[in-house]
Design a protein around this ligand. Structure first.
Ligand SMILES: [Cu+2]
Length: 151
């Protein structure tokens, strides 16, 4: 949070009026089985001007949160965060065992090879919000590192 405020202070008055879209690469969603109610979406995000991922949504999930992994009593747990800082020009990686977009209260099973639409909302250092449409293919349940959930 402090870093975000600092970045805002430094860039707030000098930001050039250039439209620089946030890029998302290598997005994917971990597949689910019939009764599973939540899964993770993973991707790499680059915000050329810097910003903050503040919101995510998907038609396949009733609730979508931004999660981080954190140590709690020596146990790694997931927890929701209000936003994820995107330092200017740096690749922020959402991956199993780290930050991720949590698709919760799933409306249906997500099968291998399916395409899942995910909308990300990124707030720029100028406070303006942009929506980014991402299409994330579903990869098998076993892809990446399995992680325990803290909810
Ligand atoms: Cu999570």
């Amino acid at each position: 949070m402090i870093r975000h405020i600092l970045a805002f202070a430094l860039l707030g008055t000098s930001a050039a009026p250039v439209i620089a879209q946030t890029h998302v690469a290598n997005a994917w969603v971990r597949g689910t089985v019939a009764q599973q109610k939540s899964t993770g979406a993973f991707m790499q995000i680059v915000s050329p001007q810097g910003g903050r991922l503040v919101q995510a949504s998907s038609p396949v999930a009733c609730v979508v949160e931004i999660h981080e992994m954190a140590m709690e009593n020596n146990v790694m747990k997931m927890r929701a965060i209000p936003g994820l800082d995107l330092p200017a020009g740096k690749t922020v990686e959402l991956k199993p065992g780290g930050y991720h977009v949590m698709l919760m209260d799933l409306k249906r099973e997500l099968k291998d090879g399916e395409q899942v639409p995910v909308t990300l909302v990124v707030e720029g250092t100028d406070g303006k919000r942009e929506s980014i449409q991402v299409t994330a293919p579903v990869k098998p349940l076993a892809a990446g590192t399995p992680a325990k959930h803290g909810h």
